[in-house]
Design a binder for this molecule. Sequence first.
Ligand code: M6R
Length: 376
Amino acid sequence: MHKIDWDLGSAELGDFSHFMEKEIFEQPNALENAMRGRFSEDGSTAHFGGLRMTPQELRQIDRIVLCACGSAWHACLVAETLIEKFARIPVEVEYASEFRYGNAPLDKNTLVFVISQSGETQDTLAALRESKRKGFKTLAICNVVGSTIAREADGGIYQHSGPEIGVASTKAFTSQICIAAMLALYLGRMRDLSYDKGVRFVEALKQLPSQIKDVINQHEKIKSIAHKYINVHNFLFLGRQSLFPIALEGALKLKEVSYIHAEGYPSAEMKHGPIAMINPEFPSFFLATQKTLFQKVVSNMQEIHARKGPVIALISEGLEVPPGIADDIINIPSVHEAVQPILATVVLQLFAYYIALERGCDVDKPRNLAKSVTVE
Ligand code: M6R
């Protein structure tokens, strides 16, 4: 017997037109649920009930391998940047579909983590089973309680996102990143992340639900920007560090729901090839919210602008793009670097949703896609 932690209303549309829209708007709540009861009393770290590993065992880990598919694989890439930065543990990210056909040398203190919303993705399950067969400790971040991956992993963290019905992952993806950030904090505080930095990190996470609401409140503005691009055939999404995986996710979301071809690249990498394709019909969406990298990203924007490519810039409050470079600018609150990927994602989800809607696409059931890929 499994008691589910959501009611029937969560699986109904209510006042929304599509599940994708509903699930984007549900994110403040989904993230509250992902964080509930998971911060320490002194407010400086996170903890998780289901890891089934003692702090002593977790201290022994000197390498983490993260495996997943699709959006969950992008969540792994965000986790990699956060865990390496805040916990200083080397992380490798593998496509689950490739993992068992390779022969990555893993030493005995390697922890294998898989991420899966459904807990039923065949490739991810196969990677988990292969790791277990080799004798590795395996953990999972999973949304669906009692799913195969949740049952077979040695331990794990439930997302508590509620049912995600739209085929394009939205609230489950941001919940996965939120949990990855909490994990980076938890592992970091076991190592050399200071109490003060831990407190700041926790405060930043706790503010997320209201900041997501602020971003969602800009939906009319995002819709009107989206309207300008409904007829393009290509889109480039660019971001650096933890925002590079969000560029990949923005491209995937747009492809899935609107069938516009899109690619994600590290901002500076576009000059090593993709820039050849830039023209007035090929827009670029820059994720430029990081203060420390801002000037570098602005110079990348200038390169695109000089080739007459339209530029959309997502920036944090307090930053300014020099006049004339960006065609459209969207502001998000200035937040801790660990949570920027989540706010940036919400903007890209809304952008993809509104473009797809105007193009008349079936956003909840895109062609050729299933919610859970249970074949190899
Ligand atoms: O259920 P999972 O998280 O294991 O699913 C993985 C991918 O199939 C999934 O994220 C897919 O890429 C979505 N359609 C993305 O929106």
